[in-house]
Design a protein around this ligand. Structure first.
Ligand SMILES: Cc1cc2nc3c(=O)[nH]c(=O)nc-3n(C[C@H](O)[C@H](O)[C@H](O)COP(=O)(O)O)c2cc1C
Length: 371
């Protein structure tokens, strides 16, 4: 009984406000970025505004949008993903207003899909997938060789990230998140398996981190010092769940420290079960905890909150007590929740009442409808 009430008291910290730079969030629960592929012509619409504002009204403090394409013809792979440039910005402004009215803050997540693209894809057929090296495609099972980015390609893509961040600030978003995880372009630069370059964007961890550092620096120079910039990274790749960027905390520092120095305001540490140890041989501290310790920045943790299994299969709702130790240790500042919020828009209200185990749970059939 006593243990259960200690866990509840740890979880109640999630309902305290938090300040990140000039931004104050009403609580520490974020909606994780989740692609829904419901934007024909890459334009966000009223259904998108309704979907996000429904979660905001039910207590989510920070909405991180589904990944959105930056303005470079090599960025897109999948159809139905919204752009974050051109006419799509009018749609995003309407989404943002609805979310703000419902009481939450919102960041767009900025995305370049790297070697997931091939030259038959829209919107500009003929543009191949971009990657750090020609063979990056081998890891996404595409027969077509990736274009190893030239220095001009790198500069153009960096400036597309900066344009998107500047637009986000101009139309009133509360910050931006850079998608640096899961085996897409930025992560392909980080990973030694996909980055075989011998120039300054390859080689050791510092070299492989340079592309991301330059993306962050370019964004910072456009949005100023105080605008929140979250950087999402992962050890795992969707091509390989067991892949790691860093085997030790020291190796992780070699990647994260330059990113923090370049101006990341907060890291979003993407794991599949956020309560597991970040490094087995180093005790119970989670990857989020290591990220916070090594960088001193606020950290968002994600992975498995409120559900009994990871991944895209069906999952039943589960108690959040499993994250209490990590919360108590101060491993993370914000909890991002993905599938549990697709399944049950009112999940946060149920958590607040101590009834999250009664939430609807997750079923991949939910993905067929934007609800
Ligand atoms: C349908 C779906 C779409 C996703 N799309 C994205 C995405 O666009 N960007 C991203 O960084 N992660 C994406 N993810 C990963 C989630 O943000 C999150 O890290 C993952 O679902 C684990 O959290 P959860 O267990 O709370 O769902 C997606 C996950 C799901 C289930």
């Amino acid at each position: 009984m006593e243990i259960a009430s200690a866990e509840r008291s740890a979880i109640s910290h999630l309902f305290e406000p938090i300040a990140i730079g000039g931004l104050t969030l009403p609580n520490r629960i974020a909606m994780a970025p989740m692609s829904r592929y419901f934007c024909p012509d890459s334009l966000p619409h009223q259904g998108v505004a309704d979907y996000y504002s429904r979660r905001a009204r039910a207590g989510v403090g920070l909405i991180i949008s589904e990944a959105t394409y930056i303005d470079h013809p090599s960025a897109p792979s999948y159809e139905g993903v919204p752009n974050f440039f051109g006419p799509a910005l009018d749609g995003w402004k309407a989404v943002l207003e609805a979310v703000h009215q419902a009481g939450a803050s919102m960041f767009p997540q900025l995305w370049h899909t790297g070697s997931f693209r091939n030259s038959s894809m829209k919107p500009v057929p003929g543009v191949p997938g971009f990657g750090p090296s020609e063979n990056t495609n081998a890891f996404t099972n595409h027969p077509e060789p990736t274009r190893a980015m030239t220095e001009t390609d790198i500069a153009d893509v960096i400036s597309a990230y900066a344009d998107a961040a500047e637009a986000a600030k101009r139309i009133g978003f509360d910050g931006v998140e850079i998608h640096g995880a899961h085996g897409y372009l930025i992560d392909e630069f980080f990973w030694s398996v996909t980055n075989r370059r011998t120039d300054r964007y390859g080689g050791d961890r510092r070299g492989r981190t340079r592309f991301a550092v330059e993306v962050i620096s370019a964004i910072r120079s456009r949005v100023g010092a105080d605008f929140p910039v979250s950087f999402r990274y992962s050890q795992w790749k969707q091509q390989d769940y067991k892949a790691v960027l860093a085997d030790t905390p020291q190796e992780l520092a070699e990647i994260l420290q330059p990113l923090a120095d370049a101006g990341v305001s907060m890291f979003h540490c993407s794991t599949r079960r956020l309560w597991e140890p970040g490094f087995e041989s180093e005790g119970p501290m989670t990857l989020a905890g290591w990220t916070k310790t090594l960088t001193g920045t606020p950290v968002i943790a994600v992975g498995g909150a409120g559900l009994d299994r990871p991944g895209l299969k069906e999952a039943k709702s589960a108690s959040l007590d499993v994250v209490a130790d990590a919360l108590d240790r101060g491993d993370f500042d914000i909890l991002a929740v993905g599938r549990a919020l697709i399944g049950d828009p009112e999940w946060v209200e149920k958590l607040k009442a101590g009834r999250e185990a009664e939430a609807i749970g997750y079923d991949r059939a939910f993905l067929e409808k934007l609800d």
